[in-house]
Write a protein that binds this ligand. Sequence first.
Ligand code: GAP
Length: 441
Amino acid sequence: MSDRMDRIVSLCKRKGFVFQSSEIYGGAASVWDYGPLGVELRRNVADAWWSAMVHARDDVEGMDAGILMHPRVWEASGHVGGFADPLVECKTCKRRWRADHLDDSACPRKPSLTPGAHKECEIGEPRLFNLMFKTFMGPVEENAAVVYLRPETAQGSYVNFLNVQQTSRQRVPFGIAQLGKAFRNEITPGNFIFRTREFEQAEMQYFVEPGADDEWFEYWRDRRLAWHTEMGVRPEKLRLAEHGPDELAHYAKAALDIEYEFPFGWQELEGVHNRTDFDLSRHQEFSGKRLMYIDPGSSKRFVPYVVETAMGVGRAVLVLLVDAYREEEVAGENRVVLALHPRLAPVKAAVFPLVKKHGMPETAAKLHEALRRARIPSFYDQAGSIGRRYRRQDETGTPWCLTVDGQTSEDGCVTVRDRDTLAQERVGLDHVAAWIRERLE
Ligand code: GAP
């Protein structure tokens, strides 16, 4: 990992964003736990996505399907037969890697080289390795009871397509959005929370009339790219990468990645896919049930095409952390700051009494309580110098620090210090909550 990545990972651990899973047992490979600040950030990202994709629109409905589904779902979707990566093994080291990721992988031998580069090493022929986790439904471990942990949320939307359309009385074009866990037994997980075996997806399936799919594909490409910049990601760090014919997933007619420039290179952040009528047609065939849409106005009947947007929430969190992380010098001192969009910041305001006397702690505690009542996540801190308190909040991305000082008892105001501009202004104690709300909206 690069130095910058190392410093971000270390900040995440030190400040309670992300911990290695089961650390006291030596860690579970590529599984990460979100700590008190990380879970807030992740929820804020998921909420911002849900708000933009479901609440702000009349044409997208939300739903939440089970992680476990009928095993035939995954036969119909093509995942049992085709959701596989090429795996190679070194006959000497006994390590395994993804054949198409060898350039980014390391052999366990020293000096650190790519797999196969040491003369003792011998990489075998690639074989396909299915990425779905298998488990058993019920108490008997027999073949008939095999089920899979879903590798994407999308299939839950397809098998419920008519349930959602009919109950919500939607007409095509319309979409179904889901947020939920997905699982893939990745051969080479890594780069912190970038590629993990358990991850949360934010996916939306948009059902359109065949023939309208190319236009909707462009619409959703532009909308999703814009959303990332609305969340504060620097536009110059984002780009679109269209998949060539040999890169397309088994279900796709067209696909592109919204990529971000991570410290480890340009990598996929979100995918936009034209899945045609592949999934719905396959579920019709395998279930024997019709998944035909009948338009109430024109009485046209068709199996809709699907344009999908698919983002990993953890991967979006990593983009936001990497993009917001800055090391700078302020008034001759170094500071680390997470310049997160205020809407996404885990804590919105920190409340400080300037000194631990003259009634300042009491006034500050009341302000903190008032913010809590207004459901504005805030943090009370009276430990250390004011400069150190600012630094601690900068590191965790708190946009505003509110200081109760000697003047507060006279003018009823606190000093609000802005994390990014360092500008200070006086705001009335009674108006602080509204002042913050206004800026969050
Ligand atoms: N339903 C389509 C689908 O799942 P995908 O490109 O395989 O498409 C969508 O995955 C998004 O899910 C990716 O762009 C990425 O953000 C996230 N993702 C996929 N695999 C992941 C993994 N192993 N760890 C973390 N995020 C992952």
